[in-house]
Design a protein around this ligand. Structure first.
Ligand code: SAH
Ligand code: DHB
Ligand code: MG
Length: 223
């Protein structure tokens, strides 16, 4: 029992809900071949992103933290015809591998990877009136989460979703003696989300192929 069984159940569920997907498998492999870390969302977390995007009829999606574009592919595939996705990535190699993975998945015209520090790109999106986005997925550097939340609130509308990955971090979230910057970043993010009157929100722990972690899901309210 334990971690191995968590991964087995993820394998079972992925087989049940979709089976092998050539474009997603190729994207993972290209990231691995380029020496990138294996820290994308799991297949079932990707499918949750898709369910959420479909539930709010998302036509415009913003992702913060692209890596090889695994979650990007899940989200971009959720869009209706004419929908668009912008994904923000600071590392040139990651952006390059992600663009090639998106092209292989047939999503080059739907999903755009913007290179640069996410906070700068979000400021520019706001300045150029690019929003509102129907779903924002925050998954870049964890100390940046609080700042990404404040931009996300500017770039969304009532009814939009703001989703954040990796907020539980093997349980470190609730160990208040743990002030490591990644843990402190997600903890402050959740405190801000919880205190924000414009958000109705929760965070859920997850176990599976990616170990023990969790996602925060918030819906933007009017006001
Ligand atoms: N969403 C991806 C995983 C993202 S991993 C998936 O699930 O498939 C986090 C990514 O954020 C990495 O590629 C990292 O280079 C990027 N990143 C880190 N700091 C950043 C910053 N300040 N601005 C933009 N991207 C950043
Ligand atoms: C890390 C980042 C992620 O986005 C993730 O899904 C898992 C781990 C990290 O920086 O450790
Ligand atoms: Mg993540």
């Amino acid at each position: 029992m334990g971690e191995q069984r968590w991964a087995e159940v993820d394998g079972y569920l992925t087989e049940l809900f979709g089976g092998a997907d050539p474009a997603l498998a190729a994207a993972q492999e290209a990231g691995r071949a380029a020496g990138m870390p294996d820290i994308s969302v799991s297949a079932e977390q990707g499918r949750l992103l898709r369910v959420l995007a479909r539930a709010v009829h998302a036509r415009a999606i913003l992702e913060v933290g692209t890596l090889a574009g695994f979650s990007t592919i899940w989200l971009a595939r959720s869009l209706p015809p004419g929908g668009r996705l912008i994904s923000l990535e600071a590392v040139p190699l990651h952006a390059e591998v992600a663009r090639s993975n998106l092209a292989r998945a047939g999503l080059a015209d739907v999903a755009e990877v913007r290179l640069g520090p996410a906070a700068e790109s979000m400021a520019e999106l706001d300045a150029t009136g690019a929003g509102p986005f129907d779903l924002v997925f925050i998954d870049a550097d964890k100390p940046g989460y609080p700042e990404y939340l404040s931009w996300a609130l500017k770039l969304t509308r009532p009814g939009s979703l703001i989703v954040a990955d990796n907020v539980v971090r093997g349980g470190a979230l609730a160990d208040l003696d743990n002030t490591e910057p990644n843990v402190a970043g997600v903890r402050q993010y959740l405190e801000l989300v919880a205190a924000e009157p414009r958000l109705t929100a929760t965070a859920l722990q997850t176990v599976g192929a990616k170990g023990w972690d969790g996602l925060s899901i918030a819906v933007v309210e009017a006001g």
